[in-house]
Design a protein around this ligand. Structure first.
Ligand code: ATP
Ligand code: FE2
Length: 335
């Protein structure tokens, strides 16, 4: 294959254009994330944001890598899952560019793209993926030609839980990184911390997870006088341990020895450490891609488009988005 594959990511608050070259080698994306001053994200507002910045961001990604539009020979986009209005903007941009550039179009599965950029970056072969983002929390493994979801959140994504808790404490979006800093401050003041008075509910439900109870209980701890730093530390310990426990059970059930982290919460150093410790205990290995490829990014979409394009294309009349696209709906036709 010659030429470059463009990847367009718009599942939620981030619009991102990324590229891979003809060998499938990833190049950093140009991204812009809507950060509301207060309150949560409204899907329509995010979609408007994506429309507003798409032109300048597309120019930016080409300039970053010294390319012109005619260098793009394939256009890939996130077809789902995600927020409908946001996905629709991405699909519209993709259709427009593919038509103008006379390039094949391919709609790809956002969750599978997180796995594939991780495999490419970390050199792991057949991992269990712990996908922890704002909207998604899933434990995924390859079985019989598809990525299967072995466990997932039954209510909100772990990142949304962290962001919502942060918002109740006056911390703006994204709250996850601030919670990480506050937890570290607590550890600096308390090198040997105790859970006494900071216990939170257990988030594991069989192979699934549930986080909203954790968030409410964390708020209650603050109301009862615990410091914000202490609660941030406890919240991370409880929420991450629950994810790691389900991931460990998935490794045990499937007999796989590699763990791969993906999604924005995979930027968290405490999460990374817990995964390393668990994998080392099992004599396995734990991997996490660079942070720019953990968070939502267009490059992972380009990478999956590049992997799939020799096997299929998305005709215009089948290019509608699928908000509820499941991880196991995409057959793995690449190696
Ligand atoms: P998806 O569409 O896959 O659900 P998303 O829109 O949530 O993705 P991501 O970029 O994957 O986007 O993840 C953003 C989330 O990651 C936010 O909830 C943010 O708080 C969280 N996050 C980012 N960095 C950290 C960190 N260091 N610690 C904890 N959470 C983090
Ligand atoms: Fe994502």
């Amino acid at each position: 294959m010659t030429g470059w594959t463009l990847g367009i990511e718009t599942t939620a608050h981030t619009l991102s254009f990324g590229l891979v070259d003809s060998e499938g080698t990833p190049y950093p994306a140009a991204s812009d994330t809507l950060r509301p001053d207060k309150g949560g994200i409204h899907p329509r507002e995010a979609a408007d944001h994506h429309k507003d910045v798409s032109g300048s961001l597309f120019t930016q990604v080409l300039e970053m890598h010294g390319l012109t539009p005619s260098d793009i020979t394939t256009v890939a986009y996130s077809q789902g899952p995600g927020l409908g209005p946001c996905l629709r903007v991405g699909a519209a941009i993709a259709r427009g560019l593919a038509t103008r550039l006379k390039a094949p179009l391919i709609g790809v599965n956002h969750c599978v793209a997180h796995i594939e950029i991780g495999r490419q970056q970390c050199g792991c072969d057949d991992p269990v993926l712990l996908y922890v983002s704002g909207g998604n929390t899933q434990v995924i493994a390859r079985l019989n030609g598809r990525y299967r979801v072995l466990g997932e959140t039954l209510d909100i994504g772990i990142g949304n839980m962290l962001d919502k808790f942060a918002r109740t404490q006056g911390i703006p979006f994204p709250g996850g990184p601030v919670i990480e800093k506050k937890a570290l401050e607590y550890l600096r003041m308390n090198p040997e911390p105790s859970m006494e008075g900071l216990r939170l509910p257990y988030a594991v439900r069989g192979m699934d997870l549930a986080f909203s109870g954790l968030m409410t209980a964390a708020q209650r701890l603050i109301e009862n006088g615990a410091s914000l730093e202490a609660v941030c530390w406890s919240l991370q310990e409880h929420a991450f341990a629950a994810c790691v426990e389900v991931a460990e059970r998935a490794m045990a059930h499937t007999g796989k020895s590699e763990l791969l982290l993906g999604g924005g919460v995979a930027c968290n150093e405490r999460m990374r450490t817990m995964c390393h410790e668990m994998s080392n205990d099992r004599e396995g290995s734990s991997h996490a891609p660079p942070k720019m490829y953990c968070i939502d990014n267009g490059t992972m979409i380009a990478r999956l488009g590049w992997l799939e394009i020799s096997k299929r294309q998305t005709p215009l009349d089948e290019s509608a988005i699928d908000q509820y696209l499941r991880t196991d709906q995409t057959p793995i036709v690449w190696s």
